[in-house]
Design a protein around this ligand. Structure first.
Ligand code: CO
Length: 210
């Protein structure tokens, strides 16, 4: 386990290496950020957004929570989304789940975990929407993997249900929404679902006064 002093020391080394490779690196980033991507990922320490996508500081706006959820009462997520879409004008939003996700696994279980129950309950709803497909899968492992994929798909759909996205689609034909699942075993991102800007959505969720 790294000690906190080591964290500070390694930070100095990293900053030194960045400047050695590109003397203007930090100067360029001081005043402005122009990321083209918003990443909504799991808080899991094994799925770091920048490292697995080879992106540098300044290239990706990041929001992470347990099981990469898009919940319409989450002020944190909604604030990040609004800023990313209306101020930064990101071109793409990536919702990234990962196989082996403890949050999704917990949602398939029946153990009370306190406050986390309320968060996880949203994944139980995803299970309920897709119960027939999931319960036709013979092994628990495969069922979990499929729920992880379906959860990503639902969260992409949840983005499209927001007035923030619908307004931007109408005005700017952006951003495009992408659902991916990361495999901890080989480090590969698998695209599982996507919605180009202005993809028709279920009319019940459409706002017509934006
Ligand atoms: Co996870």
């Amino acid at each position: 386990m790294k000690k906190i002093e080591q964290i500070l020391e390694d930070n100095k080394k990293w900053a030194g290496n960045m400047v050695a490779g590109d003397p203007e690196f930090f100067n360029r980033l001081v005043d402005i950020q122009h990321p083209e991507f918003l990443w909504i990922g799991c808080s899991d320490s094994r799925v770091p957004a920048n490292e697995i996508t080879g992106t540098q500081p300044g290239e990706m706006f990041v929001q992470r929570n347990i099981a990469n959820m898009v919940i319409h009462t989450d002020l944190n997520l909604l604030s990040v989304l609004q800023y990313a879409v209306e101020v930064l004008h990101v071109k793409h939003i990536i919702v990234c789940g990962h196989y082996g996700c403890g949050g999704v696994k917990a949602a398939m279980g029946h153990t009370s975990l306190g406050i986390i129950n309320k968060w996880i309950r949203n994944i139980k709803d995803v299970y309920r929407f897709h119960r027939a497909e999931l319960e036709a899968i013979p092994t628990e492992q495969d069922r979990l993997n499929r729920l992880i994929e379906l959860n990503v798909k639902e969260q992409v759909n949840n983005l499209a249900k927001t007035s923030i996205i619908q307004k931007s689609w109408k005005a700017n034909k952006a951003p495009h929404l992408h659902g991916m699942v990361y495999d901890l075993k080989d480090g590969i991102l698998k695209p599982v679902f996507q919605m180009e800007a202005n993809t028709p959505i279920d009319p019940i969720y459409q706002y017509d006064n934006l």
